[in-house]
Design a protein around this ligand. Structure first.
Ligand code: FAD
Length: 424
């Protein structure tokens, strides 16, 4: 029997792809980090979620599970830079910035291109400098990435940047600075969201008549590799032939017996950051923005997500639901004071509390594990632990299950691949 732990995107992907009898266990709610919640009837996600993918198989699975076709739209994302708002991405749309800033960005880019040696950058700070030059880094890339990651950029290995940071070529950056063409050639320029409900509706729809009989709500508490048995908090014990786990890898290793000393010692090297999410409902504000990115370190949030613009079903007249994302870690703790008050006052600072507007609902919650951070030690720990688990018929998958910076589509795809791998 195949046993799957976790009914987030990875576990549900595995459930749909397997061809053998299986059971899937979830400790809390279907959807995991991709689930949604309500604040006084308005829907939010745990940080801004929108769907795009290069995995056609995942798209087909999700689309076929929805009662109505998902809502697809162009991504209206912007950057706030010292009072000026320009289209996302910063590096592709410099045109609206003050002339001195554009000069800094273009001269820095030219210097970076001229000094390229072909030596591969070893960390994110170097990668940003080599790719964009001093001006773009100083005015946006460095402070923005320091805010999102809450880790020193020279400790982060840029293994994921190819998929995540838009890299216009030299000509496109120059064109974006001096012509009136908006740069839109990036993979998530078109995004999808469920027609009804929050982002979580994409994944709750995967609990269909084929999955439901195999799904149990119970928490795995111990895994005995020699006997191939898992204990659950209800007291039940379940035997398996192969185990797919999307439980956070650090926590999972803590449940496993026996674990060799050198594997156990890798646990503290697994690095992550955390997120505070402030969700606000503002009456008297109407905007068609979906995202606003803010690099300025004196503004508390790095990103605003206008979730009421994610799909028509979420819109209400003369009202906007907006969520502020605030990253933190041991390297960059949350600021002292009331986060809700600070988020509201910084929303005002970026011009989103016009006269006559009012905050009519507010909510603060935390995501303890938000982004796995790819330091060299963290990558080595992830590889060491995952490679060992596979030799014991355990297949770690997903964002924190395999400690990889994947979105929900990547997690779902990894679950599908593991389900096929597990029965070979
Ligand atoms: C700020 C932010 C923005 C994001 N934006 C996007 C986006 O725009 N688009 C996108 O596609 N993705 C986005 N993501 C990523 C997405 O949320 C995750 O990649 C995805 O949910 C990971 O799926 P998973 O199945 O690997 O893990 P999870 O979603 O974490 O699911 C794991 C499941 O395992 C369960 N579990 C844990 N321990 C146990 C146990 N002991 N026993 C039983 N069950 C257990 C959990 O309760 C959970 O349901 C974003 C994430 C963040 C933090």
């Amino acid at each position: 029997m195949l046993l799957i732990l976790g009914a987030g995107p990875a576990g549900l992907g595995a459930a749909h792809a397997t061809t053998v009898p299986y059971r899937i266990f979830e400790q809390a709610a279907v959807g995991g980090l991709s689930r949604s919640f309500e604040v006084e009837g308005r829907i939010f996600d745990y940080g801004g979620h929108a769907f795009f993918t290069s995995h056609e198989e995942v798209r087909t699975l999700l689309w076929s599970a929805q009662r109505q076709p998902p809502f697809v739209q162009l991504r209206r994302a912007f950057i706030w830079h010292d009072g000026t708002v320009i289209p996302y991405p910063f590096q592709g749309n410099l045109r609206g910035l003050p002339p001195d800033v554009i000069v800094d960005c273009l001269t820095g880019l030219i210097a970076a291109v001229e000094s390229r040696t072909g030596r591969a950058p070893t960390n994110l700070a170097e990668w940003l400098q080599q790719s964009f030059g001093e001006g773009i880094c100083r005015h946006f890339m460095t402070p923005y990435n320091e805010k999102v990651w809450a880790f020193p950029l020279n400790t982060i290995v840029p293994e994921w940047v190819g998929h995540r940071i838009v890299q216009p070529d030299f000509r496109s950056i120059v064109a974006g600075a001096i012509t009136d063409r908006t740069f839109t050639s990036f993979p998530n320029n078109q995004v999808a969201y469920p027609a009804e409900g929050g982002f979580g509706a994409f994944y709750s729809a995967l609990v269909d008549t084929s999955v439901e009989p195999n799904l149990t709500f119970d928490r795995a508490t111990a895994v005995y590799l020699d006997r191939k048995v898992v204990d659950f908090s209800s007291g039940r014990q379940v035997a398996y032939d192969q185990l797919i786990t999307s439980v956070d890898l650090d926590e999972f290793i803590g449940m496993v017996t026996p674990v060799p000393g050198p594997i156990s010692e890798l646990r503290p090297d697994l690095q992550h950051n955390s997120l505070a999410v402030v969700s606000l409902v503002i009456s008297g504000l109407e905007t068609d923005m979906q995202r606003l990115y803010v690099a300025d370190s004196s503004v508390i949030f790095h990103k605003l997500v206008f979730n009421s613009n994610s799909a028509p079903s979420l819109r209400r007249a003369q009202e906007t639901s907006v969520q502020c994302e605030i990253s933190f870690s041991a390297h960059k703790p949350l600021p002292a004071g009331d986060l809700l008050e600070r988020a509201v006052s910084d929303l005002d600072r970026v011009g989103l509390l016009p006269a006559g507007s009012d905050v009519v609902a507010a909510d603060l919650r935390y995501v303890d594990k938000a982004y796995p951070v790819s330091t060299a030690a963290s990558i080595a720990a992830r590889e060491g632990i995952c490679d060992w688990l596979v030799t014991r018929d355990v297949h770690p998958v997903g964002r924190f299950g395999a400690w990889r910076y994947v979105n929900s589509d990547g997690a779902c795809y990894a679950g599908m691949c593991a389900a096929r791998e597990a029965v070979r």
